[in-house]
Write a protein that binds this ligand. Structure first.
Ligand SMILES: [Zn+2]
Length: 286
């Protein structure tokens, strides 16, 4: 192949190379140490000294031309590749974003906080205690000895001979009494989870919330209890709420009462929610 043919063919192959990989192959073929262009130099031997000079210059010029062209092609291919990449990774800024729901507090947490606020304003300390409790604080000190039928009634989750999952927040109260007495007055509110073996359905659960309040002081009467519960009902249920006490029995208190509030749905007229009585039982006290 003579110099002119080599030039035409080399330039054509450079321009036709479709990828950087192809281009490298073409460059190696023509311009590497043992490539087609350096091989031309072997023809120098057959030439006269004058011809050698011209031929040498022509070969160098060819080499430079091919280098320049392959550099141009390299830049063009690099640019093409980048554009292809940018097109394939294009981000559509007009797409709507992913909405993040903020959510809200669980209804139990909401009502628990509302009740806590009412009692905190009345000067109560809030104590949560531990869910794993000693039998001593859960039963014995709540006036429920080992053979007491209330222990079966409450179907407690027992961990071992000493520990259990507390079956009522009274366990927090018995601890509070031990911690604070004989300093009076004691005013504590004990909210928390309690556990009892129960078949879960719409109105029963093996785990539920209780909130208990405890007041110990001189001259504290049932009237204070009723006034406190009336304030609670007005603050949490509504300003028109009424409170009714009915005598009852609990192991922990004497005298004991069941506490009803006027039905907030029918305002005491009687409806299906209050079973036509106009009252809804909300808690036990004493
Ligand atoms: Zn009602």
């Amino acid at each position: 192949m003579d110099l002119k043919q080599l030039k035409e063919q080399g330039l054509a192959e450079i321009i036709e190379s479709e990828s950087l990989e192809d281009l490298k192959k073409v460059r190696d073929l023509y311009l590497s140490k043992k490539g087609l262009v350096p091989q031309l130099m072997t023809k120098m031997r057959d030439l006269s000294p004058e011809q050698r000079k011209d031929f040498g210059q022509e070969v160098n010029a060819l080499k430079q031309r091919l280098l320049d062209e392959s550099q141009k092609r390299f830049e063009a291919l690099t640019q093409e590749e980048m554009e292809r990449k940018l097109a394939s990774e294009k981000i559509d800024l007009t797409l709507p974003g992913v909405a993040i729901d903020l959510g809200q507090l669980h209804p139990l947490t909401q009502i628990e906080r509302e009740i806590i606020d009412v009692f905190r304003e009345m000067g109560y300390s809030i104590i949560e205690g531990d869910e794993v409790e000693l039998d001593k604080y859960n039963f014995e000190r709540a006036n429920i000895p080992e053979d007491h039928p209330a222990r079966q009634m409450q179907d407690t989750f027992v961990i071992d001979i000493e520990y259990l999952l507390r079956s009522h927040t009274t366990a927090i109260q018995t601890r509070a009494l031990e911690a604070f007495a004989p300093q009076l007055p004691i005013k504590v509110l004990c909210p928390g989870k309690v556990y009892r073996k129960d078949d879960d359905d719409a109105t029963h659960s093996h785990q539920f919330m209780q909130i208990e309040g405890l007041v110990v002081g001189h001259g504290v009467t049932m009237a204070d209890l009723k006034g406190t519960l009336e304030l609670l009902a007005r603050q949490v249920i509504g300003q028109d709420s009424k409170v009714r006490l009915r005598t009852s029995y609990f192991q922990f208190t004497e005298p004991s009462v069941e506490v009803d509030i006027s039905c907030h749905l029918c305002q005491g007229e009687g409806c299906s929610l209050c079973k036509q009585t106009g009252w809804i039982e909300i808690l036990g006290a004493g």
